[in-house]
Design a protein around this ligand. Structure first.
Ligand code: SF4
Length: 391
């Protein structure tokens, strides 16, 4: 059994102070026997931050368009125009899913979509012209506003890279906005790597978006994707880059740690997946690097052992849908909410439904428009979580 001293345990790991880069790299590389001590430290840090509660967001997933100008090596979501399954949702389709979500107690409308497909595909320009919009972002903005005005759901858009102006526009119709950093490794843009032929995955551009959101105080969701070819040091650097931006601007409401899953038919179909221990170790190191931030891991990418992820110090399961599949990972269905609740409670936590914006960031979100303030007020209970529905 490894002891704390064997991994040269950093003194700061037991407090609310973040551990250093050097300590994080050492803990990620430490031997297997040190894992229990690492997990215990992560759990102690979470208990100082948010004791006893683990959250999730009950959502519908709206793949507004799966056309995308990038080609990430692991992606099965994207399509070219005319390919089987290529689709851009109409406003009626959006609202049909939103209405069904309302009936099932959902409070988040997650818009996930390919990055600026109209720049590459004339067919997308035609589709947008028919719909009456100049660009995918104009269409997204209109759909967010429609959902906000006409339903009880709150939109959370994930449209890829955005300018500062577009962040501002979306922040008026959505309480939080998302963009996965994924990695800070520019090496992964090289020929044959995960982000070869994915110009929008340039980490410099993605960090710029997160910083622009910070300058505008927009509650922001981001995170890393592990196991796509980054080194362990690069993984730590990505977490630190996010933490540093949050320290400067105070706007990163949650950090997702997502594990790569190999999908058949993609260039990375035979790439090794990070194993469960790697995931646990990364979560624990993330918790110690950012002890006072919300850390999320998606349960469906670690089925059937997802409850173990709580041992790594996470405090959120992210968006879980009782209605729509995970269009990004369609082969990995979300757990049933009753099961998620059972497993979370078995680990000693209360499972709470949150809104797409965390309670502590709701004020920041509401400052962006009167409409948002009004809708947030209607959706949140006194403690800032989703208002409980009458039985
Ligand atoms: S992961 Fe996103 S940006 Fe990359 S190809 Fe898929 S849809 Fe496009």
């Amino acid at each position: 059994m490894g002891t704390i001293s064997e991994v040269a345990w950093p003194a700061e790991a037991s407090g609310a102070q973040p551990i250093s880069r050097q300590a994080a790299c050492r803990l990620l590389r430490a031997n297997h026997e040190t894992l229990p001590a690492l997990l215990a430290a992560a759990q102690a840090a979470r208990a100082k931050f948010k004791p006893g509660v683990v959250t999730y967001s009950r959502k519908v997933f709206l793949p507004l368009t799966n056309l995308c100008r990038d080609h990430c090596g692991y992606c099965t979501f994207r399509r070219d125009p005319g390919e089987p399954g290529a689709h851009t949702m109409t406003p009626d389709e959006v609202m049909e899913v939103v209405r069904a979500g309302e009936r099932m107690g959902c409070t988040e409308a997650l818009f996930s979509l390919g990055d600026k497909p109209e720049l590459l595909f004339p067919q997308m320009r035609d589709t947008l012209r028919h719909l009456g919009y100049k660009s995918t972002l104009h269409y997204l903005e209109a759909m967010c506003e429609k959902v906000l005005r006409e339903s009880s759901l709150l939109p959370h858009p994930n449209p890829g890279l955005m300018s500062a102006e577009w962040l501002h526009r979306l922040s008026r119709v959505a309480p939080s906005v998302g963009l996965m950093l994924e990695t800070t490794s520019a090496r992964l843009l090289a020929r044959g790597a995960a982000h070869d032929n994915a110009p929008d995955k340039d980490p410099v551009k993605r960090l710029r978006v997160i910083e622009d959101a910070g300058r505008q105080k927009i509650p922001f969701t981001t995170g890393i994707l592990i196991g796509i070819g980054e080194t362990l040091e690069e993984r730590v650097d990505a977490l630190i880059a996010i933490r540093d931006l949050h320290e400067e601007y105070g706007h990163v409401q949650e950090v997702i740690v997502q594990n790569f899953r190999a999908k058949s038919g993609t260039p990375m179909a035979h790439w090794p997946e990070p194993d469960h221990v790697d995931m646990l170790r990364t979560l624990a190191v993330a918790r110690l690097l950012m002890p006072m931030m919300n850390i999320q891991a998606p349960p469906n990418l670690s089925n059937p052992d997802y409850a173990d992820l709580l041992d790594g110090g996470i405090n959120d399961w992210g968006g879980v849908s009782p209605l729509t599949p995970d269009f990004i990972n369609p082969e990995k269905p979300w757990p049933h909410l009753e099961q998620l609740q059972r497993h979370t409670e078995a680990k000693g936590f209360e499972l709470r439904q949150r809104l797409p914006v965390y309670p502590e960031f709701a004020e920041q979100a509401a400052a962006h428009s009167d409409l948002l303030a009004e809708r947030l007020n209607a959706a949140a209970g006194a403690d800032g979580y989703a208002r409980k529905r009458a039985a």
